[in-house]
Design a protein around this ligand. Structure first.
Ligand SMILES: O=C(O)CCC(=O)C(=O)O
Ligand SMILES: [Fe+2]
Length: 381
C-alpha cells in the first residue's frame, strides 16, 4: 500500500462514520474482469474492490508462474493424479459427502489422499457417478458448495489450478430475501423448493445472482459478506485463501455482534434464572461460530502487536518473520487506525465489559492506548 492509497482508504472509513459497508451502493450488473497484471496495481485493487467490497475475476495471466499450475496438471489440462499421488498420497484429508445434508453443510470424514484419488478416478470412469455419492475434498473442491458467506465475513480468493467453476453471487443483504419463513437460508439457491411462496415468502423481492464462469488459472475475489454458491463444471482443483485486513475488520466485528445477539435471543428464557447466563452465551457462541468475544480480543491483539512492531521499527520488513511475507509500513499504519476504531467499539460493548478480562495482557484499555499513540505518530509517515 502506498501513502496516497492509505489516505484514500482512511478517507473512505471517515466518510462511513462508523457504519459498516455492504456492497457500497447499487449492485453491479456484472463482475469486473482484470486482464493484465502489468496495468493493475495493489492500489487499484484497494480502491476498486476491497474498499467498495465488490467481486472481480483476475485473468489466468496472474497465476501463469504458479508451480501448481504446471506440476499438478497434465498437458491436456486435467488433474495429474499420478503426480498428486506421489506427492501427497499419504496425507489424510477431510472429505465431505455432498449428497448428504447436515444443517446447511455436509458431513465430513477423513481418509488418505490416495483413497480419495482412487474414488475420484472411479467416479470419472463410471461416468461421474458412484454408489458412494459425490465426495468432496475440502480445499481441493470436487463438486458444488452449499450457499454461504465466508467465515467471519473474511475476504477470499480462489484460483482454479485446473478445471472450471460457476459462481452465483448475492451482494450483502440480498440473502435476506432468500430466507424461508423460519429465517433460515436455503441450502441450495437453485432448488425448486424456493418457488414455494409459503415457505419462501420474500423470494419475490430477491434479484437474480451475479453469475461468473471461472476458467482454469483464473482467480475470483469474493468480497466480505457476499453470499455465494459454487459448482465445479469440470474435474477441478482450486486453491483458496481467506483473509481479514483493515478494510473488512469492522465487518468481522459487526458479524460477531450479530452472532452473539442470535445466541442471546435463542436462550433468552433463561436470562433471569441463570447467574452466569452471559458467560454461557459466550460459550455457546464459541461452539456455534468458532470464536467468542475473548478470542476476538486475542485476534485483535496478535495483529495489533505485529503492526505496532513494524511501525516502531519504521521499515517495511519485519526481521525474522518466518512467513517471509512483507507487511508494508503504510499498510501497517492503515491497519492500526482500523484496529483502534474496532477495539474502541469492542471495549465499549456491554457484552465485552461482562467478559472477565483480568488475565488479558495487555489490558484492552492499554492496547487501545498503544494503538491510538501509533495512529498519532503514523500520521507523519
Ligand atoms: O469452490 C468451492 O467449491 C467453494 C469455495 C468457497 O466458496 C469457499 O471455500 O468458501
Ligand atoms: Fe466461500
Amino acid at each position: 500500500m502506498d501513502r496516497e492509497t492509505r489516505t484514500f482508504a482512511e478517507m473512505h472509513f471517515r466518510n462511513l462514520g462508523g457504519r459498516v459497508y455492504g456492497a457500497g451502493g447499487p449492485a453491479p450488473s456484472r463482475v469486473a474482469f482484470i486482464q493484465a497484471p502489468e496495468t493493475f496495481s495493489y492500489a487499484d485493487f484497494v480502491k476498486g474492490f476491497l474498499l467498495p467490497n465488490l467481486p472481480c475475476v483476475f485473468s489466468s495471466a496472474f497465476t501463469e508462474s504458479w508451480g501448481s499450475r504446471r506440476r499438478w496438471v497434465t498437458p491436456a489440462g486435467r488433474p495429474d493424479f499420478e503426480y498428486l499421488l506421489r506427492q501427497y498420497g499419504d496425507v489424510v484429508v477431510p472429505v465431505a459427502n455432498c449428497g448428504v445434508r447436515e444443517y446447511n453443510s455436509n458431513p465430513k470424514e477423513h481418509m488418505p489422499f490416495r483413497d480419495y484419488i482412487s474414488y475420484w478416478k472411479e467416479y470419472i470412469r463410471d461416468g461421474y457417478s458412484s454408489p458412494r455419492g459425490c465426495l468432496y475434498l475440502k480445499d481441493w473442491h470436487l463438486c458444488r458448495s452449499p450457499f454461504h458467506a465466508d467465515i467471519f465475513r473474511s475476504f477470499s480468493w480462489s484460483v482454479n489450478i485446473c478445471g472450471r467453476k460457476k459462481w452465483l453471487f448475492f451482494p450483502p443483504g440480498q440473502e435476506e430475501a432468500l430466507q424461508d419463513c423460519h429465517g433460515n437460508l436455503p441450502y441450495d439457491v437453485t432448488s425448486l423448493e424456493l418457488q414455494d411462496t409459503r415457505l419462501y415468502p420474500r423470494l419475490k423481492d430477491s434479484s437474480p445472482p451475479l453469475e461468473v464462469v471461472q476458467e482454469a488459472g483464473e482467480m475470483v475475489f469474493v468480497p466480505s459478506g457476499w453470499h455465494h454458491q459454487v459448482y465445479n463444471l469440470d474435474d477441478t482443483i482450486s486453491i483458496n485463501h481467506n483473509w481479514v485486513n483493515g478494510c473488512n475488520l469492522a465487518n468481522m466485528w459487526h458479524f460477531l455482534q450479530q452472532e452473539l445477539r442470535a445466541v442471546q435471543q435463542e436462550v433468552s428464557e433463561w436470562k433471569d434464572s441463570m447467574p452466569d447466563w452471559d458467560h454461557h452465551c459466550q460459550v455457546i457462541m464459541k461452539s456455534c461460530s468458532g470464536i467468542n468475544f475473548e478470542e476476538f480480543y486475542h485476534f485483535l491483539k496478535v495483529i495489533a502487536e505485529k503492526r505496532l512492531l513494524v511501525l516502531k521499527q519504521g521499515t517495511d520488513m519485519l526481521p525474522g518473520d518466518s512467513t517471509g511475507l512483507k507487511l508494508g509500513l503504510q499498510q501497517a499504519a492503515f491497519d492500526v487506525g482500523r484496529l483502534a476504531d474496532v477495539l474502541a467499539s469492542v471495549a465499549a460493548h456491554p457484552d465485552f465489559q461482562r467478559v472477565n478480562t483480568s488475565s488479558f495482557s495487555p489490558q484492552p484499555k492499554e492496547l487501545l492506548r498503544q494503538l491510538e499513540d501509533a495512529v498519532a505518530t503514523a500520521e507523519a509517515l
